[in-house]
Design a protein. Structure first.
Lengths: 297, 536
């Protein structure tokens, strides 16, 4: 039982005092990071015990210390707002469990409900943390290259690349279209909700016109740059050296073992059995191995 | 060689031929400048070379265009890639990948080059253009000028024999534009790459070209050495314009027409010594009062402790490099952004506290992208959108003043870039705000339209005020009575247009640069042709 408050306490220590800790910056291989992200997400979904989720979070935090993540603080800040509601919602609405802490005529708070609420919160933190590290270190072109290595068709990949590249620009167009209406005296932020929605209709028209024009210009640029081409040979910039192959094999093994343990029913207790320690140590040491790898180009 | 034989082309969506009876030969290693009024067929000429016409834009195609012996009509653009490359007007829409090196490699990947060859070319092109430091950068973090350089790098990575450029400097500041054009000159001189450039800004480009092609209504009306063409054809009346000093020399009947500042100094020195114009504008009451204005986007401070007053009757030109904070300033004045500190008052009212309708009567803004203003079926409907009843007469007057009355039944999509901008200005001016803010309204405008715009704004500001944000120093000098220069969120110079522009090394007219270089003449505040008695 003591592990739960320790985990909660340690998580908040990491959240509030760990944001500025940065030992050394590395640029990991996008492929390794991609696999790591998938595994962390997978493990965070299959485990529900706070203790394990905390260890996973700790391992993510260790990765963050060694790999620069400029998005970490931002993601964690947004997660905190979410956590507040998730924890409150689960503690007060989930009244199951036998270890009662408080019982009134209308409210029962149990250790189990706290553990569940904390598990959900940790999951969010874990996924957000892992994505913040991934997004800080892998750009869109590298994601496309990873998909290319997975043999996605070239046409689809370029479409994805263009969509991702222009997503922000189109969002900016939408915001500017609304601003154009504002300077023309259209009331977008006052009046009834129905009227406000109606007033925004020209934003859609303007966005559509503008996107059409942009689309034509992009298509022109693609055409003059020789796309589509049967001769096309992608220039792969991301490397995947043997050392990283070993590392990711280790990660995959950890995920595999975790699944086996869980199938055997060994992942639902609040207090872990000694078998789990192997798994936790393996994930942690993977994280440490990860952080000690040499810098790429 | 690129050759046009009795070539005509009409777009499928149009009843009028965009190009008619073109006979033209373009040789490798030439620097060719193509000029013409809006809708004269310049862009279609480039599209006919790179194969976008007829492979991307279908239509009626007559005659033939041949490139290095191959007929363009029968050769898709991707097969012309190693002979000709293109750079378009808007850097945002032609840079497709998300990092610099991937963007440069993109056409090479399409050519099927192996990884070693791509690596080598990317390295070489980055070095050649002096942008190696941008190699790992994300496209979204680059300035407009940097993006345009990356677009050129991507275009020349295929080692083309001809580079086609359609108004590549129209969206970048004067310094970046100068760097970019010098770069083109270097590609032409050092590598023998043929440059075919469409541009409106004659003062920047005319002296660099070996050959000037003048187009009008789809035909070529002049083709030859720029100085010769400038003396034969009246480029002002064709709506194209001259560099200031060339215009002056031509109007006063000089046989040798100067094209550069250096040439201008030699030929115009005697005339300039007799001139020392002074002016004193009178303004009305204070209309706009900006006090201790601060604004930040996240961690970066964009506007820092800015104070500014604009009086009735004033046209304030706001200049500065890309990223100096000019657009942010315009949005703060228009109440679209909330200052972190400080306030903007117009007619004594705090602008941020007002609702959209009330605010739009006090201040309104024309955005850089005119397409955002035009979304109805006709531009007449666009202009009358969300305007109080009874403004039809006013709308008609504005459209006539801006020269777009004949276009009122057309949709925005059917207009040229310059015409769209004028229509966008009309959509805001018809509301008659006390302060009219325009953000880069001269982009894509030909000389003829710039003159119309200047005249319109001077009339508009008689009992109101205008803030004109522009990189176009000639238009600012011709239109504004006061000028402010913004740098890193602060106003670093502000005052009468002559005081500011005549003491600036960058934000000054070509004529003033001539004056600044003549001994003992720096104090003479000569800016415009009118100062020498030359009327436009």
């Amino acid at each position: 039982m003591i592990l739960l408050p320790i985990s909660i306490f340690a998580t908040f220590i990491l959240l509030f005092f760990g944001s500025s800790v940065q030992l050394k910056e590395y640029k990991p291989s996008p492929i390794t990071l991609f696999i790591w992200l998938l595994i962390i997400t997978y493990l965070s979904l299959i485990f529900s015990t706070p203790y394990f989720l905390f260890i996973l979070f700790l391992s993510t935090y260790i990765v963050k210390i060694f790999i620069e993540s400029h998005l970490w603080n931002k993601f964690m800040k947004y997660s905190l707002y979410l956590l507040f509601f998730i924890i409150l919602f689960n503690i007060f609405l989930m009244q199951n469990g036998i270890h009662k802490i408080l019982e009134t005529s209308w409210l029962t708070i149990t250790w189990e409900s706290i553990a569940f609420a904390f598990s959900m919160a940790l999951r969010i933190l874990l996924i957000m943390g892992a994505f913040s590290i991934f997004n800080s270190n892998v750009n869109m072109d590298e994601i496309i290259e990873i998909l290319d290595k997975l043999r996605f068709p070239q046409g689809t990949l370029i479409t994805i690349a263009l969509s991702l590249r222009f997503f922000g620009i189109i969002a900016e167009d939408a915001s500017q279209s609304a601003d154009v209406l504002r300077v023309r005296g259209v009331q977008l932020s006052s009046g009834k909700i129905r009227d406000r929605i109606k007033a925004r209709y020209p934003v859609m028209l303007s966005l559509l016109n503008n996107s059409l024009e942009r689309g034509i210009q992009i298509a022109e640029a693609l055409e003059t740059k020789g796309f589509p081409s049967r001769k096309r040979k992608p220039w792969r910039r991301i490397s995947f050296p043997p050392r990283e192959l070993l590392l990711t094999s280790f990660l995959i093994l950890a995920a595999f073992l975790a699944t086996i343990f869980l199938i055997r029913g060994m992942g639902e207790e609040l207090v872990p059995s000694h078998l789990y320690h192997y798994l936790l140590i393996s994930i942690l040491s993977t994280a440490i191995a990860f952080s000690r790898r040499e810098e790429h180009d | 060689m690129i050759s046009f034989h009795n070539y005509s082309f009409r777009y499928a969506s149009s009843s009028k031929f965009a190009l008619r009876g073109i006979n033209l030969k373009l040789f490798p290693r030439e620097f060719v400048l193509v000029v013409g009024d809006s809708g004269s067929g310049k862009t279609t000429l480039l599209r006919s070379i790179n194969g976008l016409v007829p492979h991307f834009y279908g239509g009626v195609y007559e005659g033939a265009v041949r490139m290095e012996g191959r007929e363009v009509r029968k050769t898709p653009p991707k097969e012309l890639l190693s002979v000709v490359s293109s750079v378009f007007q808007d850097p945002e829409n032609q840079v497709l990948m998300s990092t610099v090196e991937k963007e440069i490699a993109f056409p090479l990947e399409n050519l099927g080059l192996d990884e070693m060859a791509i690596e080598r070319r990317v390295e070489e092109v980055l070095d050649l253009l002096g942008i190696y430091h941008l190699r790992g950068r994300k496209i979204s973090t680059l300035s407009g000028g940097e993006k345009q350089k990356v677009a050129i790098a991507s275009a020349i990575a295929t080692y083309p024999r001809y580079l086609l450029l359609d108004e590549p400097t129209s969206q970048i500041d004067p310094n970046s534009a100068e760097e970019l054009l010098s770069l083109l000159e270097r590609l032409n001189d050092d590598l023998g790459m043929g440059i075919i450039l469409v541009e409106h800004r004659m003062e920047r480009t005319m002296h660099r070209a070996d050959r000037l092609i003048v187009m009008k209504e789809g035909r070529i009306i002049g083709d030859g050495e720029p100085r010769m063409i400038a003396s034969k054809i009246d480029l002002d009346s064709e709506g194209i314009g001259y560099p200031q000093i060339t215009r002056i020399a031509r109007k006063i009947g000089m046989k040798y027409l100067p094209l550069t500042v250096k040439e201008g100094r030699k030929t115009l020195e005697k005339i300039l010594k007799d001139v020392n114009p002074q002016e004193d504008f009178s303004y009305g009451d204070i209309l706009v009062d900006v006090r201790s204005l601060h604004f930040s986007y996240g961690q970066s401070r964009i506007i820092k402790n800015l104070n500014l007053r604009i009086r009735r009757g004033e046209i304030l030109g706001l200049m500065g490099r890309n990223g100096a904070g000019k657009t942010t300033m315009a949005k703060l004045l228009s109440g679209l952004l909330r200052p972190s500190r400080g306030e903007v008052r117009i007619k004594g009212k705090r602008i941020i506290t007002l609702g959209e309708r009330e605010r739009s009567k006090l201040v309104s803004m024309v955005f850089q992208n005119p397409n955002l203003h035009l979304f109805q079926d006709t531009i007449e409907e666009d202009i009358l959108f969300s305007v109080e009843d009874g403004k039809e007469k006013k709308a008609e007057k504005i459209m006539k003043e801006l020269g777009i009355w004949n276009l009122r039944k057309k949709s925005g999509k059917e207009l040229s870039g310059g015409e769209r901008m004028l229509a966008a200005i009309a959509t805001i001016a018809v509301r008659e705000p006390e302060l009219l803010v325009l953000d880069e309204p001269t982009r894509g405008l030909s000389f003829k339209y710039k003159l119309l715009l200047s005249k319109f704004l001077r009339n508009y500001a008689r009992n109101r005020a205008v803030m004109l944000i522009s990189h176009d120093v000639e238009t600012v000098a011709r239109t504004c009575n006061r000028v402010a220069i913004l740098s890193r969120g602060r106003i670093i110079a502000e005052g009468n247009r002559r005081e500011i522009m005549c003491s600036s090394l960058i934000y000054s007219t070509q004529l003033n640069k001539v004056v600044q270089g003549i001994e003992n003449m720096k104090e003479r505040k000569i800016l415009l042709e009118e100062d020498l008695g030359v009327e436009l």
